[in-house]
Design a binder for this molecule. Structure first.
Ligand code: HEM
Ligand code: HEM
Length: 226
């Protein structure tokens, strides 16, 4: 039965690719910082899309359906070994926290990128339009949040490996096909369709917004070469 809609699946794999590619292109030795910034804008677009999809998307993509209450989280941890996975057709309570954490960390990374400068030729579009103190905070964030992001992604992959090895469940295939077998999801949790038109509409809106943010609205930065 269909659990993960197509836009969410596309978001996931594009997001994973973009984060890894941003990491690779951030290395000054590769001389790809322009591409790094473009990927960063793309990541920003994906994040805005995902946040909107968390309010208007399909059942299991909604934040209200998966962000756990402390009680639900506690019960899940208490009965961890014998939790019936059938009762969390979407993200499980612990996994949900990880999802929120990853979205927050990548957001911090992408937003801080808009305000930084590499001391050579490249700078985010809003470098120089905030105070020096804010610039320093952004620089600090861009250079340090990434380590936490790596740790969160490593935990994410370990949790998925745990499900495969110990619980004998592949969560990966559902993230590709969108479908979970009947023994892993409640039959009433089937989503009827992926709300594709809404996703297209949101994507156009997000694209226009990001273009406005990083091109049209960005102040022109004076560059001095000595
Ligand atoms: C940079 C790498 C990655 C990042 C940042 C990332 C991030 C995320 C996020 C944000 C979600 C939540 C999806 C949503 O509700 O929007 C998620 C779910 C998921 N990811 Fe990843 N992911 C990464 C790599 C991978 C890889 C390589 C795999 C497969 C081996 C994978 C497998 C999954 C699966 C199976 C889920 C669904 C988990 C569940 O059933 O609750 N991810 N990931
Ligand atoms: C997914 C989003 C992003 C990720 C994962 C990411 C990651 C990174 C990493 C790991 C570094 C190297 C930091 C270090 O050497 O300690 C870096 C540097 C840099 N990033 Fe990003 N970044 C992202 C978005 C952005 C955006 C949106 C911009 C600007 C528009 C940007 C501009 C830069 C610049 C200019 C540097 C070089 C800074 C320096 O060498 O001092 N990044 N980024």
């Amino acid at each position: 039965m269909l659990i993960w809609d197509l836009p969410l699946r596309l978001f996931h794999w594009l997001f994973a690719f973009t984060v890894i590619a941003s990491w690779y292109t951030s290395d000054q030795d590769h001389d790809l910082i322009e591409l790094h910034m473009q990927l960063g804008y793309f990541a920003l677009g994906l994040l805005i899309f995902r946040i909107l999809w968390g309010f208007f998307g399909t059942k299991h993509a909604l934040f209200s359906s998966f962000i756990p209450t402390p009680k639900r989280l506690f019960l899940y941890i208490k009965n961890f070994k014998n939790t019936e996975d059938k009762y969390s057709s979407g993200h499980n309570p612990l996994g949900s926290l990880m999802v929120v954490l990853m979205i927050c960390l990548v957001s911090l990374q992408a937003i801080s990128g808009l305000f930084i400068n590499d001391d050579v030729f490249s700078s985010g579009p809003y470098y120089d339009s905030v105070s020096k103190e804010i610039e320093q905070v952004m620089f600090f964030l861009h250079h340090n949040v990434f380590d936490f992001m790596i740790a969160a992604i490593a935990l994410h992959l370990l949790a998925i490996a745990y499900y495969v090895r110990v619980k004998r469940q592949s969560l990966i295939l559902p993230m590709i096909t969108g479908k979970k077998p009947l023994n892993l999801a409640k039959d009433t949790d089937d989503i009827k369709h992926s709300k594709l038109w809404l996703a297209v509409f949101i994507t156009i809106g997000v694209t226009v917004f990001v273009y406005w943010l990083v091109v049209l609205n960005a102040p022109i930065i004076e560059e001095y070469y000595y």
